[in-house]
Design a protein around this ligand. Structure first.
Ligand SMILES: CC(C)(COP(=O)(O)OP(=O)(O)OC[C@H]1O[C@@H](n2cnc3c(N)ncnc32)[C@H](O)[C@@H]1OP(=O)(O)O)[C@@H](O)C(=O)NCCC(=O)NCCS
Length: 175
């Protein structure tokens, strides 16, 4: 409990959170280039496409210095589902609970809109991310052979969220 409390206390003081906007595209692209090898990284066109869709749930975390520390983007899959398109945390800010905080915040916004199911694809070799998602509550549904390229497989992971109603109401839906 001590560890959880100190993580939660650490976060709001050190980061500010807001909705992702068009003006974030360059910084998102740059951070994505740092976070992912070439075949997994998104193009600027993909970030433009994601930012242009106002239904998407996109949250950015800025450090005190104003740099982009991390972001998460959920795409809506009607009627009741979301897909975690990406979550990127700058290497300087990992293992501080920021990824968990961003993902939880985004999923609570989704829950507030009645979107309780969520899924994602992740490279089978991305052990850090798979550990992160399993710890968060996601389960591995199936393996998707050749998902990214020939011989580069993905895991399909999914999760149905059940946040207490009061914790959804207290969260700010930035959109
Ligand atoms: C995966 C990622 C989003 C995790 O972000 P983060 O802010 O470091 O995650 P958190 O600090 O909230 O970690 C929560 C828990 O997840 C697990 N976890 C996170 N990173 C891990 C790692 N490298 N190895 C093992 N477990 C890890 C741990 O259980 C951790 O709790 P602990 O630090 O108390 O042990 C981050 O490493 C990242 O951006 N990676 C590069 C981009 C990427 O792969 N994104 C996912 C693509 S699908």
């Amino acid at each position: 409990l001590m560890a959880i409390t100190s993580t939660l206390m650490f976060l709001p003081m050190n980061f500010s959170f807001r909705a992702g906007e068009m003006r974030d595209i360059e910084a998102m692209y740059a951070l994505d280039q740092i976070c992912f090898q070439r075949i997994f990284a998104f193009t600027k066109a993909t970030f433009r496409y994601l930012a242009a869709n106002c239904d998407n749930i996109s949250i950015v975390a800025e450090s005190r210095a104003g740099s982009l520390a991390g972001f998460a983007i959920l795409e809506i899959h009607p009627p009741d589902s979301t897909c975690l398109t990406t979550i990127d945390i700058h290497p300087d800010f990992r293992r501080k609970g920021l990824g968990s905080h961003l993902l939880q915040h985004a999923l609570k916004i989704a829950s507030g809109r009645g979107l309780f199911k969520t899924h994602l694809q992740v490279y089978v070799g991305n052990e850090a991310a798979i550990a992160f998602y399993l710890g968060f509550g996601y389960c591995i549904e199936e393996y998707l052979p050749d998902f990214y390229a020939r011989g580069v497989d993905a895991c399909l992971m999914s999760f149905e969220v059940h946040f207490p109603a009061e914790s959804i109401h207290e969260i700010r839906d930035y959109q």
